[in-house]
Design a protein around this ligand. Structure first.
Ligand code: 13P
Ligand code: SF4
Length: 309
């Protein structure tokens, strides 16, 4: 439920007061309801938010995002309290591979390093060599200096990485994000016909036939930066609606067209300002990760965070 305007200012004030009292910060992913940014200390893509979670000296991190993001923050900052305001906020891509399936995949292709997209469970991370996000996947794979890598769970991001590197075979697991997977070439071409001068900005979770139509491919933060620095004025945004909402807010002089009406991650949209207020007031819902799993997952996440770009 989106908060009504008359309540909104009051809720924001209460959140800001509690943040000060409890030395808490709010991290918000780019796909959150845009009003969440009004209480966010940092807002951006998964890589940026992981870095902020690792470097903050706050005692409490409220993660306005999905479960795997809060879990990653907890692994990076185990001594801090990490709160997810709505426990229902999961990720359909992360659910596409579990530990057993990862082990079977590794058995099928032994002795090949495993790159794990952060959109995955802590258990899956714990049996991977290195993590990546959409912002650094190409550099992460390059850093391994391996002719072959296994890439889980996102087949499309894995294929995109392979297309950007000479001589590296990226063997992908069969996972995908339903929101990006369902964006079609026809969706993009329909918008291109209507807006022939618009630049096409694509997230690499899209299928390879969709990324082939892109003027720019990048993470949510990379797309926003590119638009802000561009001399162009019209953009077809081929990712989740939160990116369009933020661009409309930040660049009112430019126009933005969402690729299709279905490009909404309902899970990301579950979190409301009221949930954040309740999370801070009651210090719920605390994210915990088994210490053995967390230790192993941290090695893979840490390796990623140390890679530039
Ligand atoms: P980025 O945050 O890396 O742009 O990825 C988008 C996403 O799907 C996060 O769930
Ligand atoms: Fe997961 Fe897709 Fe939602 Fe991102 S947009 S959180 S990958 S379901």
């Amino acid at each position: 439920m989106i908060v009504k305007l008359d309540n909104k200012a009051e809720i924001i004030n209460k959140i800001n007061k509690l943040k000060k009292e409890k030395n808490a910060i709010v991290l918000a992913h780019t796909y959150q309801n845009v009003e969440i940014d009004e209480v966010a200390d940092f807002s951006g893509d998964s890589l940026y938010l992981s870095r902020m979670a690792a470097s903050t000296d706050a005692d409490i991190i409220v993660f306005a995002g999905v479960y795997f993001m809060a879990e990653t923050a907890k692994i990076l900052s185990p001594k801090k309290t990490v709160l997810l305001p709505n426990l229902e906020a999961g990720c359909a891509m992360a659910d596409k591979i579990n530990l057993k399936q990862l082990r079977e995949f590794k058995e099928k292709y032994p002795e090949i390093p495993v790159v794990c997209y952060v959109n995955s469970t802590a258990e899956v991370k714990s049996e991977s060599d290195i993590c990546c996000t959409s912002a650094n996947a190409v550099n992460v794979v390059k850093s391994l200096n391996s002719e072959k890598v296994l890439f889980v769970p996102d087949q499309h991001l894995g294929s995109y990485v392979e297309s950007q590197l000479d001589g590296v075979k990226v063997i992908t697991y069969s996972g995908f994000c339903p929101i990006h997977h369902e964006i079609t070439v026809e969706d993009v071409n329909t918008k291109k016909k209507l807006y022939p001068n618009a630049k096409v900005m694509v997230h690499p979770e899209c299928t390879s036939d969709v990324t082939a139509l892109a003027d720019f491919v990048g993470s949510t933060t990379a797309i926003i930066k590119e638009v802000k620095n561009s001399k162009d004025n019209e953009f077809i945004i081929v990712t989740e609606k939160g990116v369009v909402d933020r661009l409309k807010r930040d660049c009112p002089q430019k126009s933005f067209i969402l690729v299709n009406e279905r490009a909404i991650c309902n899970s990301m949209k579950l979190i409301t300002l009221e949930d954040i207020l309740a999370a801070l007031t009651e210090e719920k819902h605390k994210i915990e990760v088994d210490s053995n799993i967390a230790q192993k997952a941290l090695a893979a996440i840490d390796r990623m965070v140390k890679i530039n770009g």
